[in-house]
Design a protein around this ligand. Structure first.
Ligand code: PHE
Length: 355
């Protein structure tokens, strides 16, 4: 028995892990374990022998058992200590610096434009990007056969066979928001509507998704002169200069009469875009006096009410203001570009604080 005790206590003390301990337990105390076999011998002893051997064997069994349990918890403690040491973390250290995100130039410019027009009494409105062809075209005096539909490079939404709902499109401009806000609020009204628009077009100054901001002012005595003043005020505030050269070019839109496109003087020298100088012109918006049929489509009486509308390319004016030469880079999600052209989250445009 002394031999067994010594043997197992030594083996247990030297066991390296839980599975080695389990092997030892089976070897000593399992059904066919060495100690169990000794227990069986008890039957063949005389009652006197059994009286001393029985309790001694039981005591040995208990001793080995407790040695196993003690060693097991010792191994667990050691494992925990090792893990604690390994995963040790000084929570009082300052956190690792993470590069802060930036506000995308489109978001920044949208806020700037909104602040400037808010100052002139324009509220902000929104409409859906997936639009019915009625709002995108018909209500804006662009009937089915009109060439403007083809010119717009419209993305049509797929309709399953047998789906009889009217065709839906990705809106090609923000002008449908004119109809929606007029329907909802009636006249008089002064709103702008910024948002995404879609056309199948792609080069240095065109992307299939881009941004416009619609303007709409309807009242009893609004004229083209008001349109011109509002746009000039806007451009001066936006670019922060007094002498921006604007060109009002006679144009045609089915939903305005008369219509004018507005270009801004700029130069592209050395790949950088500069506003206010040079011999180039960049078209930034379309505008005009709202066509009576458009008012009618929105249930506004064109005999009583009139006004102007414009649609401006947000991306275009962002390129101009911040000297960004390629429109496509706006939507590449290149972090280096965003860090270079992006804005601080604290740099919120207001008329008071500056845009
Ligand atoms: N919707 C026109 C476009 O996308 C712009 C526009 C808006 C023109 C409002 C006149 C009035 O080209």
């Amino acid at each position: 028995m002394d031999g067994l005790r010594e043997k197992y206590l030594e083996l247990i003390a030297g066991a390296g892990d839980a599975s080695a301990l389990e092997t030892l337990r089976v070897q000593a105390l399992g059904k066919k374990g060495e100690i169990s076999l000794q227990m069986r011998e008890l039957g063949r002893m005389t009652p006197e022998e059994r009286q001393t051997a029985g309790p001694a064997l039981n005591a040995l069994k208990d001793e080995i058992n407790s040695a196993l349990v003690a060693k097991k918890s010792g191994l667990e403690d050691a494992a925990l200590d090792a893990r604690l040491l390994d995963e040790w973390l000084d929570v009082t250290l300052p956190s690792r610096g993470r590069p802060a995100g930036t506000i995308h130039p489109i978001s920044q410019v949208t806020e700037e434009v909104t602040a400037i027009f808010a100052d002139m009494g324009f509220a902000s409105a929104e409409g859906p990007q997936i639009e019915s062809d009625w709002y995108n075209f018909d209500a804006l005096n662009i009937p089915g056969h009109h060439p403007a539909r083809a010119e717009m490079d419209t993305f049509y939404m797929h309709r399953a066979e047998g789906d009889n709902r009217p065709p839906a499109v990705l809106r090609t401009h923000t002008s449908p928001v004119q109809i929606r806000t007029l329907e909802a609020q009636g006249a008089p009204i002064r709103v702008i509507a910024p948002g995404r628009v879609y056309r199948a077009d792609y080069d240095q100054t065109h992307t299939p998704m881009f941004h416009q901001i619609e303007g709409l002012a309807i009242d009893k005595d609004i004229s083209m002169a008001n349109l011109k003043w509002v746009l000039e005020e806007f451009v001066k505030s936006f670019f922060g200069v007094d002498d921006v050269d604007l060109r009002f070019r006679a144009s045609h839109f089915p939903f305005t009469e008369p219509s004018a496109e507005v270009d801004i003087r700029c130069s592209w020298e050395g790949g950088t875009l500069k506003v206010g100088e040079g011999d180039d012109w960049l078209e930034i918006l379309g505008s005009g006096m709202v066509h009576p049929k458009v008012l009618q489509a929105a249930s506004v009486d064109p005999v009583q009410w009139q006004g102007f509308a414009f649609g401006m390319g947000i991306d275009r004016i962002a390129m101009l203001k911040y000297g960004i030469p390629d429109l496509r880079a706006f939507f590449d999600s290149d972090l280096r570009w965003l860090r270079h052209y992006g804005f601080s989250a604290l740099d919120v445009p207001t008329m008071r604080g500056g845009v």
